[in-house]
Design a protein around this ligand. Structure first.
Ligand code: PEP
Ligand code: MG
Length: 763
């Protein structure tokens, strides 16, 4: 038997059917409404590689130096070739196809979901178990190939890397494949049968339109329903603005992301009856497993289906009594209760609502007191604070705007933040419990009982590249800290439009000069290489634009070694960007050496970008330094940031100097065009990236660049704003780079504007 029907599978069959198969079998046998299906067993995979004789080659191909990324890619490719190139035995093919035809009612047109189900899923690091491949809406003609692709997913680069690193034998991991009738969900979501962090008897349901991936992958903010299990009452309903949904494209059968029709966007997804039916099912599952569950569900034609159930792992031992240090983030949806008084207001810099205890941090040595779930309250964050920022549930600062360190880093870490509150460090006190709203920019007294998610992510069923609209204009993402690379890559962005290296350099804890003096030149280059490599690897082969150092002197002055920095009246107009690099070629050349090393390592997706350029003379000097460092400027893509009116007005001569691209740094371009210091709160309301003068400079630069074949891009904060996106797409910009959390919205905005342009052109 090559396969087992879900009806016949039990939890104990884990080794034969893998974690996912075992869980679905267990639910089916408990009489719960699981879509019918079967599992191609792990033994079938094993027979396939052993009987065909590819096993020896397959495992031999894994014997590589896994630090060598080319070798790693080669090993993955070899495994894929061997598995995909070897025919399935005839009797296995016949058995799978026969089972498939009984699953659906539509013969060879039936749609099924095909998912890998690894037998090593319970290992501490799921990366051992491969890529967790998921294929939706598969029909007969593709089925066998998809099953083999699930087998091959056991040899993803990441899985090979981890198993080699940990010395875990490749031949000890097997893989099963679940094939299940596709549920064309009209609505779907997740349900926690008890409160995910306190364990209280409250059912939390998240629901959105269409297939469940949109909820699980975070593509949409779902409705949120809270049900008191003791009384059965629906205690809270939060209707979200549901912008997108995932549906099956009837023509191709593929899953596509579409906009939710206007009238349904703010419509409530679940009726009281549906909620009651879901809660009843949830209680049944919880009773069956005798522990609270995290359930994925779908509804079609009034029928509820359960797609997955797993225990909730985030409930704390102290249970419902726990009152401090616990964060309840709601991923950006409206709060269910906004009862607390607004204590302070600032700029909503990183979305999300979160409650926690205040930790006032005034000196670096106080960072230890920040524990998981606390809210850091500080004058302004510094690169040394990043580890504590990662632990924190939220961040509040007295100073800074939307482009400050606190705003950029918290957005990338996905930690809600309110910046520029003026006097938070004076008005709040340690241990005070507050709720911050990173969308509205408010800080309220007390904890808000928004009962959602401080939970491990539900199994990551995101396709490797998420479903995203196809656009002619590329949509990229900004990254400042290498730790955010994975999150950034998961957006499906077309590359990185700006990787700021100063966050890496400043986090060395001293000025570059001092670091080099104490640790040597090699160590400094190594640090840059390692930081950039993390991002370049994550995105490979998508391009990653890395910008050379651009930190103002006031940031260096705060670091050890900063004593010799000039004390500037206005650092924003001072000694920073390329002017500093050209003045200190010894330090600058280390950055160029890092690029050279990355190119030698094969990261040909890395592009160099130079900040605060004013004229072609500077570009020629940079090119000379490139050559002196052994980089041939003609062999790699590199370009400049257009951040001063001078560079916009002189773009023709910059193009003649050989740039491949020009990227608008609108944070600086705006401050220099309008004479509005971007760090000065007194004039913050006059900072307007959409000012006609700024747009005029951008528009004329794009026009000249189009004429001269130079690519254009934006990497300033304004690239995340829909009005700027509309303007740029209209003008014909090549790419737009947005913050991690804005990428999806920008993709849709770009698509919308492009479609309108096409329609206008044929009218
Ligand atoms: C800009 O100026 O718009 C930019 C992206 O650079 P930074 O914010 O780092 O100055
Ligand atoms: Mg800038």
């Amino acid at each position: 038997m090559a396969l087992l029907w879900l009806d016949d599978v039990r939890a104990a069959d884990l080794e034969t059917v893998g974690g996912k198969g075992a869980s679905l079998g267990e639910l089916t046998s408990a009489g719960l409404p699981v879509p019918p299906g079967f599992v191609v067993t792990a033994g079938t995979y094993r027979d396939f590689i052993e009987k065909s004789g590819i096993d020896e080659d397959l495992f031999a191909a894994m014997d590589i130096d896994s630090e060598d990324s080319k070798a790693l890619a080669g090993a993955q490719e070899r495994a894929h070739e061997l598995i995909m190139g070897t025919p399935m035995p005839e009797e296995v093919r016949a058995e799978i196809l026969e089972a498939y035809r009984t699953v659906g009612t539509d013969g060879e047109q039936a749609f099924v979901a095909v998912r890998s189900s690894a037998t090593a899923e319970d290992l501490p690091d799921a990366s051992f178990a491969g890529q967790q491949e998921t294929f939706l809406n598969v029909r007969e003609k593709d089925l066998l190939e998809r099953v083999k692709e699930c087998w091959a997913s056991l040899f993803s680069q990441r899985a090979i890397y981890y198993r080699n690193q940990k010395g875990f034998p490749h031949h000890e991991v097997d893989i099963a494949v679940v094939v299940q009738q596709m549920v064309d969900a009209e609505k779907s979501g997740v349900m926690f049968t008890s409160h995910p962090s306190t364990g209280e008897p409250r059912v939390i349901i998240e629901a959105a339109w269409g297939l469940g991936e949109a909820v699980v992958s975070g593509a949409v903010s779902p409705d949120n329903y809270v049900v008191d299990r003791k009384t059965g009452d629906v205690a809270d309903v939060t209707i979200a603005d549901k912008k997108v949904m995932h549906v099956k494209d009837e023509a191709t059968g593929e899953t596509v992301e579409v906009e939710v029709p206007e009238e349904k966007r703010e419509q409530r997804v679940l009726s009281d009856e549906e909620i009651a039916a879901l809660v009843a099912l949830g209680e049944e599952v919880e009773d069956h497993y005798e522990t609270p569950q995290d359930v994925e569900w779908a509804i079609v034609d009034g029928e509820i289906y359960m797609l997955q159930s797993r225990p909730i792992t985030t409930i704390s031992d102290s249970g419902a009594e726990e009152s401090s240090g616990e964060a309840i983030a709601n991923g950006g949806a409206e709060a269910t209760q906004s009862s607390g008084d607004v204590l302070l207001r600032g700029l909503g810099a990183s979305p999300g609502i979160v409650s926690g205890s205040v930790r006032i941090v005034t000196k670096l040595d106080q960072l230890d007191k920040v524990v998981e779930g606390d809210i850091i309250v500080t004058e302004m964050t510094m690169p040394d604070m990043v580890p504590a920022m990662k632990r924190a549930a939220g961040i509040v600062t007295d100073e800074g705007g939307m482009t400050s360190h606190a705003a950029i880093v918290s957005r990338e870490l996905g930690v809600p933040a309110v910046v520029g509150c003026g006097s938070a460090t004076r008005e709040l006190t340690d241990d005070q419990v507050i709720t911050i709203d990173g969308d509205k920019g408010t800080i309220r007294e007390g904890r808000e009982t928004k009962d959602v998610e401080e939970r491990e992510p539900v199994e990551d069923v995101r396709p490797k590249t998420p479903v995203k609209p196809m656009t002619a204009t590329e949509v990229k993402v900004n990254v400042s800290i290498p730790e955010a690379a994975e999150r950034a890559a998961a957006t499906g962005a077309d590359g990185v439009g700006l990787l700021r290296i100063e966050h890496m350099v400043l986090s060395l804890g001293m000025t570059p000069e001092k670091y080099i003096k104490e640790h040597g030149e090699r160590a400094y280059v190594d640090e840059i290489v390692e930081g950039v490599r993390t991002v370049a690897e994550e995105f490979y082969p998508r391009p990653v634009r890395v910008r050379t150092l651009d930190a103002p002197t006031d940031e260096f002055r705060q670091l050890p070694g900063g004593e010799d920095e000039p004390n500037e009246h206005n650092p924003m107009l001072g000694y920073r960007g390329i002017r500093r690099s050209l003045d200190k070629p010894d330090v600058f050349k280390h950055e160029l050496r890092a690029f050279r090393r990355l190119y030698e390592m094969g990261y040909d997706n890395v592009e160099m970008m130079f900040p605060l350029i004013n004229d072609a003379e500077e570009v020629y000097q940079v090119k000379n330094l490139m050559r002196e460092t052994g980089i041939n400027p003609d062999k790699h893509d590199w370009g400049v940031m257009v951040e001063t009116p001078a560079s916009a007005l002189g773009i023709r001569s910059l193009a003649e100097a050989g740039i491949d691209f020009a990227s608008f740094g609108t944070n600086d371009l705006t401050q220099y065009t309008l004479a509005v210091d971007r760090n000065n709160e007194n004039v913050a309301d006059r900072f307007d990236e959409l000012h006609p003068a700024v747009l005029e400079l951008i528009g004329s630069t794009i026009e000249t660049c189009r004429e001269l074949g130079v690519k254009t891009s934006i990497c300033g904060q304004a690239g995340s704003k829909s009005k700027m996106v509309q303007f740029l797409v209209d003008e014909g910009v090549t790419s737009i780079s947005a913050n991690i959390d804005a990428v999806r919205d920008v993709q849709h905005e770009v698509k919308r504007v492009e479609q309108k342009l096409i329609l206008d052109s044929v009218r």
